[in-house]
Write a protein that binds this ligand. Sequence first.
Ligand SMILES: [Zn+2]
Length: 351
Amino acid sequence: MNPILRHHLMELPRKILVGYDVIQELGDFIHDLGFGHKVLIVSGAHVKRMIGENIDELLSSTEVSWCLVDSATMEQVKRVIDIAQNQNVHVLIGLGGGKSVDVAKLSAYKINLPFISVPTSASHDGMSSPFASIKGLDAPYSLVAKPPVGILADITLIANAPKRLLASGCGDLIAKITAVKDWELAKEEMGEYFGKYAANLARLSANLIIEESKKIGEGSRDSVRDVVEALISAGVAACIAGSSRPCSGSEHLFSHALDILAPGVGLHGEKCGMGTIIMAKLYDLGWEEIAASLKDVYAPTNAYELGIDPNAIVDAILFAPRIRPMRYTILHKLKLDRESAIKQATSVGVI
Ligand SMILES: [Zn+2]
């Protein structure tokens, strides 16, 4: 019996601050969480150049060191752990897009330090989830870590990030539609634990993108806030589920397959969004509405827009179920052959 059927642990973020210019509150935010005065900020060179000075001023009463990372790899995690241990820091902060947050999150988890997430873009749900996406490991999917104890999401900063990142975040949210369907399927056919509340919460985040896609595409600041809150909520759904099931299904396996088959092409959420169109077709769900919403937010909906060879899309559909054989999804059920993968991808206009 799957042990998750009997019990699972829910670890949730303790404090979440979302709003315009809330970066100004960072000092109080860290202080109020009460972890001590030695802080290690994990960030990227670009973010440090843009706001590093401001952050140092905001944290002038705190002992701050920086560790700049340029990729989400285990080498970077080891570097962060070394610095954190040598300097006896009390708390780790991931300041930046996905990479910095992922590296800080996994480092904090490995040495049991509290972790605060300060996203500067909304490209995926890693800002709040208990999972970290690290490259170059045997398992090409997210690793289990702990959720951040605190999340500070400054909408002004995030709204200034390139629009492509926000569109990617929308793709990662729309993905919850097929992720939840796969989770339900695993319950029905494999007896897996299925948490209705976490599933509904994740679906709510996806529905928001479908309903608000036009406004998001028009670039209103309030819709940036909606996307950020939906991403936080989706991460919390994973915390409640005690697994990434509500957030990550066959469409994520497809995205991970592309990570391997065509490294460096497309953003995580872009690939997940495209995968959602294909998997929705396999479920006979409304894939047209999903594709239209992705178009509204200017996310890619076909191989050409993603900048990838259509053959790689077909290869990824076929390879995806092998990435996580134990995570039952529609792809494991249908066991598509090449001809049917081509037929399905063509029918939704992805190739
Ligand atoms: Zn994702």
